[in-house]
Design a protein. Structure first.
Length: 138
């Protein structure tokens, strides 16, 4: 098992309404159109993932658990790795329900998208509160 932690923050424009993805970005701003973005100002992105972590995530049998924690509330999402992952985007990490892969894709076949997040957690994210995103690879 490998673990990687990303620290970010919420934003008043977090809507968490997208039906197929959710995203964490290093960008520090968010427009209302970014309905998949759950956290901004992340301290790490794909480039900081350890090579061993990337190598294991690029396995069709890899299972990634993503824990999103904010002000005592949390969401746990399970997703899959893939040998086709690129893991190259400099600012964005996107988790997808589908099998679509591009440079922004961290994991696919996720059990939840932004719209599935608990609304109490979303309200905390909208306050701009600190967010801890833990990636656990098994």
């Amino acid at each position: 098992m490998m673990e990687f932690v990303i620290n970010a923050r919420g934003h008043p424009n977090v809507r968490s309404e997208h039906g197929t993805t959710f995203e964490v970005t290093m960008e520090n701003h968010l427009t209302p159109r970014g309905d998949c973005i759950i956290a901004v100002d992340a301290d790490k992105a794909m480039e900081e993932l350890p090579e061993e972590f990337k190598r294991h995530l690029k396995d069709d049998d890899a299972v990634l658990e993503i824990r999103v924690e904010c002000n005592g509330l949390s969401e746990v999402i399970r997703a899959s790795g893939s040998r086709n992952l690129i893991l190259s985007h400099p600012t964005d990490l996107v988790v997808r329900k589908s099998g679509f892969i591009d440079g922004r894709t961290l994991a696919i076949k996720a059990g939840k998208a932004a719209c599935d997040f608990d609304r109490a957690l979303v309200r905390e994210l909208q306050k701009g509160a600190p967010v801890r995103v833990t990636l656990i690879l098994s």
